[in-house]
Design a protein around this ligand. Structure first.
Ligand code: ATP
Ligand code: MG
Length: 694
């Protein structure tokens, strides 16, 4: 076998810990590397390719490294080059590789390539009849994409969608009929959509032996990063590429599975040992990205959540840093301005803006941050997201605004009212569309405030200038603004998390336990992007449509804030999250005895002054809340632990509000795990019945 590397194999093991070395040098295949965020999974994946090339165990020209975004694929290629691989290793997304292979096959067999469908929503709209037309095409597109990712045919859609708890815009059967029509028409017109690239490549590999043999020869060694987000269609394709050869290495983290809503199946990672009994699973337990404080708070978030499985707690290796801060701001504008100020404060002499990123849950939250950065004169870049102006609903709204002969302010008022109507049963995509339109309405208000008379054309010009025109050049130094999803796999020294409110984190349409757990993992992904500092903010009110809506702090921040408070007190935050009081500090041996240094920005997360009551509490519940607090003080004193270790204020307030009568009802209160109920349940129920009876 020809090797092209001149790098000494041993040099490729430098800067790796024992478990990482084992993962790089293991001769077992298939190999699964399972580890938390920042543990070096991507580093190990690239080192393993380079190491095996250096030892002559593989020819890098026959390696296929798969990831989920083009950016990540570019990153892999760059890292491999820096490791001395002069030959080009193929690194790409499932789609890019499948499409390239199909194009080769079509060319070799003189098959006229089908056309790529570029406007899916428009295509679907053309298929709708009667009452279906009142539903936007994009809502059906989400369902069709989900079904294709799960390899669900139209006739099987109703049952599969019901089982998965999908909420199609119309009945399951009617949605299936539209899906069937979509497939028929698409075939008749010889069109393929994005997902068909994978499906057709998979089908051709199974039916065309020559094609399969040539592709399997070309890519003899398969590597997959972020495996927890593989969907069944991608997995089937991976298996078709692999054939009966064992050379596969996958890396993943079940706690970072954030694409189940879109058809990904984290079970594929969980079931790896059963599917490959001869394979090996290696775990990495040290974290190299985040400070002990950030890591401890993020780990507590996972462990504190009920129903989230966590495979061993990571240890931090980085030096101490600031305890994550949580700031409450009066509204979204104040929040955006505060983030811009904080970004400037953290921009020391000689530092790069690109050391910092602001992460948000939805695309619609980005424009206000862009405006704030611009006013503060901070160069910014928006990454990964489809720009707001390119969203289909925004294009439609803008073209309607330009066509209407009514005064611009009236048209915006009506648009705001239509955005205001929230449908409890709306789909994910419908909610996203509403949020995007709402962002447009808020920007229209800004424009109306500065222009007399405001016009649709004037707004359009202002929008284009405001949202994109003065972004710095794509490679210049800039702070990055992006969504939690787009931040997957990336890292920055300083990370700002904005809009940590109920409705965003977790997102309002996460109504099932599964969707809710995915939101919690998504917050974990976002929090673990930070290396040195993590600054969390939320706004007490936000303008939606015509209304200013009061907002509540994200419930996920409860366990998180408790963890931060525990860190300040030098207690293991994981133990607090579990309702136990193990006395050691989790992060590293280096920090066990030393109290972490808070750099001025202390967590204020949810702590109430004595005598004050949480806003959520009615005056009639104050007596019970006081009684619960008195009980907690006693309990804490007798156990010699800080009060919040027994129960935090938020949980006590919830108990006072809900007044549970039985242990089961008590268990339903957020923050009450089984351990707490078995330990304190009897006492709490007695206090509740005593106060209610008096
Ligand atoms: P994620 O789950 O977020 O994708 P990951 O497990 O892929 O994270 P990497 O991105 O590979 O983690 O590594 C996180 C950071 O730690 C990177 O900056 C990497 O270079 C660094 N790193 C990894 N292992 C080591 C090590 N042994 N020594 C020093 N730095 C390391
Ligand atoms: Mg990674």
């Amino acid at each position: 076998m020809s090797t092209v590397s001149v790098v000494e194999p041993d040099a490729l093991l430098d800067g790796l810990n024992n478990a990482q070395r084992l993962a790089v040098t293991s001769t077992t295949s298939p190999l699964c590397i399972l580890a938390g965020a920042g543990s070096g999974k991507t580093r190990v994946l690239t080192r393993r390719i380079a190491y095996r090339a250096a030892t002559g165990d593989l020819d890098p020209r026959h390696v296929l490294a798969l990831t989920f975004t083009r950016k990540a694929a570019g990153e892999l290629t760059a890292r491999l080059r820096s490791l001395g691989l002069r030959e080009q290793v193929a690194a790409g997304t499932f789609h890019s590789i499948a499409y390239a292979q199909l194009r080769t096959r079509w060319a070799e067999r003189s098959i006229t390539p089908p056309q790529l469908m570029t406007r899916k929503a428009g295509f679907v709209i053309g298929l709708l009849t009667g009452a279906e037309k009142s539903t936007p095409g994009i809502d059906f597109v989400s369902e069709i994409e989900w079904a294709k990712a799960r390899m669900v045919e139209p006739e099987d859609y109703p049952e599969a969608a019901k089982t998965a708890g999908r909420k199609p815009p119309i009945s399951y059967e009617a949605t299936a009929a539209i899906y069937a029509r979509y497939e028929d028409q698409r075939r008749q017109k010889r069109l393929i959509d994005f997902d068909d690239m994978l499906r057709v490549c998979h089908r051709d590999l199974l039916s065309d032996d020559g094609f399969a043999a040539s592709q399997r020869w070309r890519f003899a060694h398969l590597f997959v990063d972020e495996f927890q987000d593989v969907n069944p269609l991608q997995h089937a394709l991976l298996e078709a590429w692999r054939g009966d050869r064992p050379d596969l290495c996958i890396v993943g983290d079940p706690n970072q599975a954030i694409y189940s809503w879109n058809g990904a199946d984290p079970e594929l990672l969980h079931t790896f040992p059963e599917r490959f009994p001869d394979g090996e699973t290696i775990r990495l337990l040290d974290n190299y990205r985040s400070s002990p404080q950030i890591l401890a708070a993020a780990n507590a978030l996972l462990v504190g959540g009920r129903g989230v499985d966590h495979d061993g707690t990571q240890s931090a290796t980085r030096p101490d840093g600031a305890i994550p801060s949580i700031r409450e701001l009066p509204d979204e504008r104040a929040e955006a301005a505060a983030i811009a100020r904080a970004a400037r404060d953290h921009h020391g002499p000689g530092a790069r803006w690109s050391n910092q990123a602001v992460l948000v849950r939805t695309n619609a939250q980005l424009p206000i941050l862009e405006e704030a950065m611009k006013s503060a004169g901070i160069p910014f870049r928006v990454r990964g997201a489809t720009p707001l102006l390119d969203q289909p609903e925004i294009k439609v709204a803008l073209s309607e605004l330009r066509r209407t002969i009514r005064p611009f302010t009236d048209a915006i008022h009506d648009l705001a009212l239509s955005v205001d109507i929230e449908d409890e049963s709306e789909s994910d995509r419908a909610a996203e569309r509403r949020a995007n339109l709402d962002a447009l309405v808020q920007m229209a208000r800004d424009y109306i405030a500065i222009e007399t008379p405001p016009t649709a054309n004037g707004f359009f010009l202002w929008l284009t200038a405001t949202t994109r025109a003065d972004q710095p050049d794509p490679n210049g130094d800039a702070i990055e603004l992006l969504t939690f999803h787009a931040a997957k796999g990336l890292e920055w020294p300083i990370v700002h998390l904005a809009g940590l409110e109920q409705g965003y984190v977790p997102i309002g349409h996460a109504k099932t336990p599964g969707a809710w757990a995915e939101e919690r993992r998504l917050f974990y992904v976002a929090a673990t992007r930070a290396e040195r500092e993590l600054l969390c903010t939320w706004a007490k009110s936000r303008t939606f449509g015509e209304r200013s809506v009061p907002r509540e702090r994200s419930e996920f921040l409860d366990t998180y804030a408790t963890a931060c408070e525990a860190l300040e007190a030098g207690i293991d935050p994981i133990a607090v999250g579990n309702g136990t009081t193990a006395p050691h500090l989790a992060p590293t041996s280096g920090t066990r005895s030393s109290k972490p240094k808070a750099k001025g920005s202390k967590s204020s997360g949810g702590r109430k002054r004595p005598g004050s009551y949480p806003d959520s509490l009615e005056a009639t519940d104050h007596a019970l809340f006081d009684a619960l607090r008195a009980w907690r003080s006693e309990r804490a004193k007798s156990a010699d632990v800080p009060a919040f270790v027994v129960c935090n204020d938020h949980t006590l307030a919830e108990i006072a509000r809900q007044k549970p009568q039985t242990p089961v009802e008590l268990l339903r209160v957020y923050g009450m795990g089984e351990i707490k109920v078995s330990k304190f349940g009897g006492e709490l129920l007695t206090i509740i019945s005593g106060t209610l009876g008096s």
